[in-house]
Ligand binder design. Structure first.
Ligand SMILES: NC(=O)c1ccc[n+]([C@@H]2O[C@H](COP(=O)([O-])OP(=O)(O)OC[C@H]3O[C@@H](n4cnc5c(N)ncnc54)[C@H](OP(=O)(O)O)[C@@H]3O)[C@@H](O)[C@H]2O)c1
Length: 296
């Protein structure tokens, strides 16, 4: 696993080790702290993978990427957001080409690929959108897809991941508990979310099913609007008072710049190929998903 120390990586690693996988984690850290047993490897100074990390592995999971939610999107941060995905994936591809065997590749991607699309339903074959997130996502995917590897690869376009111990809920939980939760933008923008248990469940299925190959949207079958998410967060966190304020789109853009698109852009994603594999989502209702999460 590359990026196995992050929010999704910790949950997926824990799940995979319970499934019987012996894990290795490649990290930038000298001493990576993980909630599951794994052999740790470090990126080499020149940005390449140590050969030992991939020797004899059956699967490579690549989740690496600098957070798009942290920090302002100044030029250096944008460069880091792109490089931490594109360079990392390219380095993985170079290392995979040097192997005499062909591990299955599970690659993280994001629904940000689609850009701002209003209420249009978006399936895996829909075109990429425009803007920084969409352009980054397209380059990120291309670094794997255009490499022409013979390995079986599964590229997962994650929606907003809800799970224990991090992600969007870490921040939203704090804000809503304090009564600061507000409807953002028009509130009609679509949010495509996915529970971390469904990431684990679909990765397990994808590893077992050799016919599984290509791009898969990993989002609930029916995306919700931000207004619906807002109401569900109020039910989940029960603040002493609920802010009546709606923060308009223009103000978010004034305060955050293009980073505001993380919450204001609308992606009504449908996991068409994912459902066509026969996968059944464990969480499809936002209230049940939010109730299942206890650690933020
Ligand atoms: N969480 C979501 O809602 C969501 C939604 C859509 C897509 N995704 C994508 O899914 C992947 C996993 O998400 P996550 O929430 O688990 O991410 P995360 O916790 O923010 O980070 C994942 C890993 O990326 C590596 N990383 C961070 N900054 C880096 C940098 N500057 N250069 C190289 N590597 C860096 C870190 O590994 P080391 O420190 O061990 O090197 C980290 O553990 C990400 O690529 C993310 O873009 C996530």
């Amino acid at each position: 696993m590359i990026g196995g120390s992050g929010f999704v990586g910790r949950l997926l690693g824990d799940f995979l080790q319970a499934e019987g996988y012996a894990l290795r984690v490649l990290s930038r850290a000298t001493q990576v702290k993980l909630p599951y047993p794994a052999r740790a490897y470090r990126w080499q100074q020149d940005g390449t993978l140590p050969a030992a990390a991939l020797a004899d592995v059956d699967v490579v999971v690549n989740l690496a990427g600098a957070s798009v939610a942290e920090g302002r999107w100044h030029r250096a941060r944008r460069a880091e957001i792109v490089a931490s995905r594109v360079q990392t994936t390219r380095a993985m591809v170079v290392a995979l080409r040097q192997l005499s065997h062909q591990p299955v590749v599970v690659q993280a991607a994001a629904v940000g690929y689609y850009g701002e699309r209003g209420d249009t339903e978006l399936v895996e074959s829909s075109a990429a959108g425009t803007g920084f997130l969409a352009t980054t996502a397209r380059q990120w995917e291309a670094s794997l897809v255009d490499a022409g590897l013979d390995n079986r690869w599964v590229l997962l376009r994650f929606g907003m991941v809800l799970g224990n111990g991090g992600g969007a809920l870490r921040m939203l939980g704090k804000i809503y508990r304090l009564g600061g939760g507000a409807a953002l933008g028009s509130g009609k923008q679509y949010v495509s979310w996915v529970h971390s248990d469904d990431i684990c469940g679909f990765v397990r299925q994808a590893l077992q099913d050799r016919a599984c190959h290509g791009v898969y949207n990993l989002t609930v079958p029916q995306a919700i609007t931000y207004n619906t998410l807002h109401q569900a967060l109020l039910r989940r966190f029960r603040p002493l008072f609920a802010s009546p304020v709606r923060v308009p789109r223009w103000l978010l853009h004034l305060l955050l710049g293009e980073k505001a698109t993380v919450v204001t852009s609308s992606q009504r994603v449908v996991p068409q190929r994912t459902l066509s594999t026969g996968y059944t989502f464990k969480f499809t209702e936002i209230d049940a998903a939010l109730q299942s999460i206890q650690k933020f």
